[in-house]
Design a protein around this ligand. Structure first.
Ligand code: NAI
Length: 713
């Protein structure tokens, strides 16, 4: 049986959920088994003292069956709504059985799994810091529609429930206890079941608070004036975060507030209606596809060569203990790996180690690491100025200044000191890997490991396979990235790889709009409203205008060196960059002046000189065109990179764009964005943009072929 039904001598029934497959999910098996269990409980009610629900798996329950959810369309939404209603009806029958029902949470309970627990009268959880509890549906564009919104609001009040629901927080058991989502912690499995049984025996007559006549949601108790400001401000506050791109938080708010005003059964129906709207919409499909299916496939080894045995890295050498090097050292040390930080002098190396210490202190300060673990972690970091410490490293990552000559020298010296089978990597963000590999005698062991800044926060690493990189080297690099808990994407070597090249088009498109007379505030705001993490002008200030210019010059020089290559068309952005740098001396944030001013102690604001110099009254570019240009230019470039064989999977492209360069998550990534526009419609719109604004928008042959064949990524 998928749900074991066991009655003990005291009449306590333990329901152990143990569905076929590796995890318990809310699929047809679950619905049938739960229906049978509830029906039997009702039939045998007289001989039942109470119920304990637990799981036969390591996790309590994983949540909804996402394969089922992505398949819901307007055509079959009725079936989905009926299945949802059946699940909710089972919960209502359980909580109104007239017997105490306890959730004994022996592992993580997220989404639908936590909604089962919320339908129980009491929630007891193992006190284990690896367990996560919560309702993260919003991170996949959904809402907790199996009673999660309705019951959380009734348990905690609207004000306390909203951040948990709209941000999809996953809490440790102690945190869930502190917010009042669960009632009690247990030391181990025996203690968990003992506490559950004891509570059942001590509470024979129990009803949910919302089934007590006259129950009202605490902070809406008709209508507590204290809740007015929250209710009035909440939609605007949410919109500021979602920019209207994400329907889920807004629907969660609506379901919470509307539901709080009515009885529980009406509230549950309201919640279902909003979930059906989200499930049939495109944003949830994009987010589920990319953040669930593609991310899981990638992390399970999607782009890793099969057949190479896994091998953990025990000791990593990092050349250059600067911003990136220290970040890489921190990531390795926190994952239990010995890290050697090597720099030009002992002082410079120590400064890198001090950066690691500061990051660890932040974690201790936030209560996310014990002082003992901090000490152990820091003890794994060695600062040195000598190559001899690199002996014994399985992996060496170079992160010195972005200078080909310097990198060659440093790499050759490190290689000489390294183990003969060590993997040698470079964190270069622009230099082709195949060229750098010439610095070492065995290019098969050389690879690119492109981290993003700040390393401790950014979840992505772009792995770049040089022409001669071996499958074994790639597998070792992939395993290392997983070992430090990051998401690896794999690309073939080319200038700017995938992420920097695509990101470059976003920056230059923003600047081109400015050059055409569009107000800079409109460029920045429309970018944010489209869901981009940062506006293109602000980003350009971060990376520096000089770097943007230098990359361009290098690319032009390389192109000119190729025999017979046509001259590259000059991009309208470069005249602006040139003026900013040579005429105004404004090179970016580090210099205190770029597209923005950075007043000491104040907030950055757009430099008024931009408007004076470039903005015109009627530039003739609609807001829709501004938005489409910023998104389409990146999607077209990604398709081009895919067509060139630099990218080989849509998952790499989608996750790389969102996690690496802040492409709008609601789209599901650059290629999923093309899918959801419809490839043919995308080609048509891109052609229109190309006719109006320049050939850079012209879709590559690959997209045209796909449109003709009705294919998608
Ligand atoms: P950084 O200037 O903070 O650090 C460079 C470090 O290399 C300095 O500590 C310097 O003393 C050290 N160094 C110089 N010569 C050395 C030598 N001969 N031996 C050992 N160490 C030496 O630079 P950052 O930002 O950490 O960048 C390092 C590399 O990472 C560059 O290749 C850069 O393109 C790449 N990168 C940078 C990103 C960023 O956002 N800053 C993002 C991704 C890659």
């Amino acid at each position: 049986m998928s749900i074991r039904f066991e009655r003990d001598g005291d009449g306590i029934v333990t329901l152990t959920i143990d569905l076929p497959g590796s995890a318990n999910v809310m699929n047809a098996d679950y619905r049938a088994a739960m229906a049978a269990a509830v029906t039997r409980l009702e039939a045998e009610r007289e001989s039942v003292t109470g119920v304990v629900i637990t799981s036969g798996k390591k996790t309590f329950f994983a949540g909804a069956d996402l394969t089922e959810l992505v398949a819901v369309t307007d055509d079959n939404a009725g079936e989905f709504a009926a299945a949802l209603a059946a699940v909710k009806d089972q919960f209502r029958r359980l909580e109104r059985l007239g017997r105490p029902v306890v959730a004994a949470l022996n592992g993580s309970a997220l989404g639908g799994g936590f909604e089962i627990a919320l339908a129980c009268h009491r929630r007891i959880c193992l006190d284990d810091d690896t367990i996560r509890l919560g309702l993260p549906e919003v991170t996949l564009g959904l809402l907790p529609g199996a009673g999660g919104v309705t019951r959380s609001v009734r348990l905690l009040g609207v004000q306390a429930a909203l951040p948990l629901l709209t941000e999809g927080k996953r809490l440790r058991p102690a945190e869930a206890l502190a917010v009042g989502w669960i009632h009690e912690l247990a030391a181990d499995r025996a203690d968990l079941l003992a506490k559950a049984r004891a509570w059942v025996l001590a509470n024979p007559a129990v009803v949910q608070p919302w089934d007590v006549p006259g129950h009202r949601v605490a902070d809406l108790r008709p209508l507590d004036p204290a809740s007015y400001p929250l209710l009035a401000a909440a939609p605007a506050m949410l919109r500021k975060k979602t920019h209207g791109c994400y329907p889920a938080p807004e629907k969660i708010l609506a379901a919470a507030v509307e539901g709080a005003m009515v009885d529980v059964d009406t509230a549950l129906a309201v919640e279902s209606r909003y979930l059906v709207e989200l499930v049939t919409g495109q944003v949830a499909k994009n987010m589920i596809t990319t953040f669930w299916f593609q991310r899981n496939a990638l992390e399970a080894g999607g782009s890793r060569p099969a057949g190479v045995p896994r091998q953990a890295v025990a000791r990593v050498g990092v050349l250059g203990a600067g911003m990136m090097g220290a970040g890489i050292g921190y990531a390795a040390a926190t994952a239990g790996i010995e890290a050697v930080l090597k720099d030009v002098s002992a002082e410079a190396a120590e400064a890198g180690r001090a950066k690691v210490a500061a990051l660890l202190d932040e974690r201790v300060g936030a209560g996310r690491m014990s002082p003992e673990r901090r000490a152990e972690t820091l003890a794994r970091v060695t600062a040195t100025a000598s190559d001899t410490e690199l002996t014994g490293c399985d992996l060496i990552i170079e992160a010195v200044f972005e200078d080909r000559q310097l990198k060659n020298t440093v790499l050759a010296a490190a290689e000489a000191a390294a183990r003969p089978d060590a993997v040698i990597a470079s964190n270069t963000s622009t230099l082709p890997i195949t060229g750098l590999a010439e610095a070492v005698p065995d290019p098969a062991r050389f690879i690119g490991l492109h981290f993003f800044s700040p390393v401790h926060r950014m979840p992505l690493v772009e792995i770049i396979r040089g022409e001669k990189t071996s499958a074994e080297t790639l597998a070792r690099a992939f395993d290392f990235v997983r070992q430090i808990g990051k998401t690896p994407i794999v690309v073939n070597d080319s200038r700017g790889f995938y992420t920097s090249r695509t990101f470059g088009t976003y920056l230059t498109e923003g600047i081109a709009l400015l050059a055409e007379g569009v107000h800079p505030a409109l460029v920045e705001n429309v970018a944010r409203k489209a869901g981009m993490a940062v506006g293109p002008l602000a980003v350009c200030d971060e990376v520096t205008l000089t770097l943007a210019m230098r990359i361009r010059q290098q690319a032009l020089a390389d192109l000119a060196a190729q025999p017979g290559a046509a001259a590259a068309p000059e991009h309208p952005a470069y005249a602006v960059l040139d003026t900013m740098i040579s005429e105004y001396g404004r090179t970016g944030k580090a210099a205190g002046a770029g597209f923005y001013d950075y007043p000491a102690g104040g907030r950055k604001r757009l430099w008024p000189g931009l408007v004076e110099r470039w903005t015109t009254d009627d530039p003739g570019v609609s807001e829709r065109d501004v938005r489409d240009r910023l998104l389409f230019i990146q999607a077209v470039e990604t398709a081009r990179i895919f067509g060139e064989g630099v990218l080989t999977s849509a998952a790499d492209a989608n996750l790389g764009s969102i996690l690496g360069i802040g492409f709008a998550p609601w789209t599901g990534g650059t290629l999923q964005f093309i899918n959801s526009c419809g490839v043919a419609a995308f080609v048509e719109r891109a052609d229109h943009l190309a006719d109006t604004y320049g050939e850079r928008f012209r879709p590559p042959a690959l997209l045209r072929d796909m449109a003709t064949r009705n294919q998608s990524f």
